[in-house]
Design a protein around this ligand. Sequence first.
Ligand SMILES: Nc1ncnc2c1ncn2[C@@H]1O[C@H](COP(=O)(O)OP(=O)(O)OP(=O)(O)O)[C@@H](O)[C@H]1O
Ligand SMILES: [Mg+2]
Length: 386
Amino acid sequence: MRLTLTDFRNYAHLRINAHLGPIVITGENGSGKTNILEAISFLTPGRGLRGARLADIKRISPALVTDEYLPTEITNTSWAVSALVQKGDDEVEIGTAVERSLRENLDEARSFDKRIVKIDGQKVTSQAELGRYISAIWITPQMDRLFRGGSQPRRNFLDRLVYAFDMEHAKRTANFEHLYKEWYQLLKNGQNDDHWLMSLEENMAGLGVAIAAARREQIAKLNTFIEHEPDDVFPNVRLELEGTIEKLLDKLPAIEVEDYYQALLKKQRRNIMYNDNIDGVNRTDFKVYYRRKGMPAELCSTGEQKSLLISIILAQTKCQTLDKGFAPVLLLDEVVAHLDEIKREALLEKIRELGLQAWITSTDSQLFDSLKNEALFLEIKNNQVR
Ligand SMILES: Nc1ncnc2c1ncn2[C@@H]1O[C@H](COP(=O)(O)OP(=O)(O)OP(=O)(O)O)[C@@H](O)[C@H]1O
Ligand SMILES: [Mg+2]
């Protein structure tokens, strides 16, 4: 993979030629290690591994440093990430960029940022298309709280695992969110246009049931895989879904669940006025258990929780490689710091065995001596890679 960043966070222009295998990125705090991983995460659908606002990513040039790089006036691109990736025997250029656009209303013109996706120079309409060429899974320090906090980050984590297998899932979740916002706003503004609301509810129910079904399938696939090929070092997990729509699919055919969901949405219209929760696939929780102990992940220790996460992504990686014939790119931000030596070495050994591309950051390059012969070592200093 040849990765190029333009005006992305602290990088004016950065190019990395990466091989298949581990890539160890080291550097001081604030040197720009996580930013590189974040850039790669933008080659998949969604908002990257920080869930950032698009506008925050555009490079802010420090006033005191002379700036040799001037973005050209002709384009109005704000920032960009691209990569030349191998697809079978061919090389494909995939990329994403954010453009300034102007939205004109009746009385005002407002500029806004829009993320565009290009494949071999051609704009494509859906971010999900990227899934044909690359998929990525990440573990970041923010995810230390994944099992303890609210359900949304867990849901997002699961949905990303799903779209590695089922590209349509990225479109479905994005469309659902879009309809949900519209429906919510209508009701909040007291616009009780029954016909309009009904049509939104019908579409949401259809998408929602497809989302729930895809999540169930993914969980079942991973649970079966883990049962048959338990890991020898990392604690094996048991995965569960807690959601009204997902549970109903145990008992009823999809078409009936759709009717139920549509009726449920209609019944919940007034919840919005009272700021009550809206039940449905937007509330589903993804529960993880330490299989052998029968312990919910949220009650496990910090190191155990990290190991459970690693265990999930290893199972996903192996499943995906078997199923799809290509492995995801792993983005491991400060992951090894929490692991004891046995687990650390085991993880590095597994990455080596899997022969996939893994970007690993750390402030300490000495932890990676065992990868001396396989890994590409990059050190970041002054916004450049050495
Ligand atoms: N839009 C931006 N423009 C320029 N610099 C930015 C922008 N957003 C963030 N930065 C800076 O990028 C720097 C590198 O951040 P990054 O999170 O990649 O560091 P890191 O090497 O992962 O550090 P740590 O070891 O602390 O995790 C930070 O100093 C941050 O302030
Ligand atoms: Mg970092």
